[in-house]
Design a protein around this ligand. Structure first.
Ligand SMILES: *Cc1c(COP(=O)(O)O)cnc(C)c1O
Length: 357
């Protein structure tokens, strides 16, 4: 036996590409096409760099209080982390600690199985139905916990609040986590459920609807007892996850509700136009509740479209995985970016003899 046998080896999550070139149309990682609130820039400019010699507030109180105030919660019901990836990793470590398998959909955020493998948490992936919808009735029986995104990724499908309530009700002996990375683009948040059920955790991120992927801020909201357990694990791992600029700028971002509402409204409007445009080009896609669409073309290989678009400096996402290898996930950019996408797809389909006009 050598040292190799004593090392933890994992198959890592693979994030979408961050191309270095400037002139690309980036529709592959669900970032916002719009800049952060002007209040974020002000907050960063006001930050005195000399203060960086000090450790930041380990409780990130300014940010926690701003989030609590925004949602009308107690600050004891809010936990923050370095993006919701950090928050979710902490949640896996804290809440999924049993011999029973945790449950999540077969087609979903591809970080869940990576964390489960990393932390040696047993899991079962439950198949979505033929329309790529979650079947709430599958999420019953003994389990070590439940997690799913709502809207789901990469499908964009929204589960109505009543069905989430049904899942929460059926799983009172384990923790149910609802990953709301995309809820601000058109769904009803499950946040009220944290007061109905002591075992429900809702996570959100500043990366998509608050235009701050580069700052790395996410949060979890739940009954204060669960938040206490999360903080106990966090403080056993790294006390200072949130740096000073993130605390300041994040608080400024969440206070600017009007700017947030105008950006998410623009993205929803562009999404409706892009959905119609793609359907007119022969793509099949469901109405999305997120800031992306999940589209397939019945006559063309998705990988071929993906490669063609990349050659035109348009980046979208494709997974060569079973069940979804004919699909592309396309982030909603600006109207101009979506028009450029439409033109590129039109040329491609014309070459194939699949589009006239
Ligand atoms: C983007 C995303 C996250 C994580 O985003 P962060 O940038 O780490 O906050 C979590 N869950 C889902 C489903 C996502 O799509």
């Amino acid at each position: 036996m050598g040292f190799e046998d004593r090392i933890r080896k994992v198959v890592p999550y693979v994030p979408g590409e961050q191309p270095k070139a400037a002139n690309v149309i980036k529709l592959n990682t669900n970032e916002s096409p719009y800049p952060p609130s002007p209040k974020v820039k002000e907050a960063l400019q006001e930050l005195d760099a000399d203060r960086l010699r000090l450790y930041p507030d380990p409780a990130a109180s300014e940010l926690v209080n701003a989030i609590a105030e925004y949602y009308g919660l107690s600050e004891k019901e809010v936990f923050v982390g370095v993006g919701s990836d950090d928050v979710l990793a902490m949640c896996f470590m804290t809440f999924f600690n049993s011999e029973d398998p945790i449950l999540f959909p077969d087609i979903t955020y591809s970080f869940y199985d990576v964390w489960a493998d990393l932390l040696r948490i047993p899991y079962r992936q439950l198949p979505l139905d033929e329309n790529f919808d979650i079947r709430p009735e599958d999420y019953t029986g003994r389990n070590g916990g439940v997690i799913f995104p709502n809207p789901n990724a990469p499908t964009g499908a929204l589960l109505p609040l009543e069905q989430i309530r049904q899942i929460a009700r059926a799983n009172q002996d384990s923790i149910v986590i609802i990953d709301e990375a995309y809820i601000d683009f058109g769904g009803e948040s499950a946040l009220p459920l944290i007061h109905e059920f002591k075992n429900v955790v809702v996570t959100q991120t500043f990366s998509k609807s608050r235009n701050l992927a580069g700052l790395r801020i996410g949060c979890a909201m739940a009954d204060e007892k669960l938040i206490k357990y999360l903080n106990d694990v966090k403080y056993s791992f790294n006390s200072y996850t949130m740096n000073m600029p993130a605390i300041k700028a994040g608080a400024a971002a969440i206070r600017d509700r009007a700017y947030f509402e105008s950006c998410t409204a623009k993205i929803r409007a562009t999404r409706e136009r892009a959905t119609k445009m793609l359907r007119d080009l022969g793509f099949e896609l469901r109405d999305s509740s997120a800031n992306f669409v999940f589209a397939t073309h019945p006559q063309v290989d998705a990988k071929e479209i993906f490669d063609y678009l990349k050659s035109k400096n348009i980046f979208v996402r494709w997974w060569g995985k079973p069940r979804i290898n004919r699909y592309l996930r396309i982030t909603i950019g600006t109207d101009r970016e979506m028009e450029a996408l439409g033109e590129a797809l039109k040329s491609f389909l014309k070459e194939k003899g699949l589009f006239e006009a």
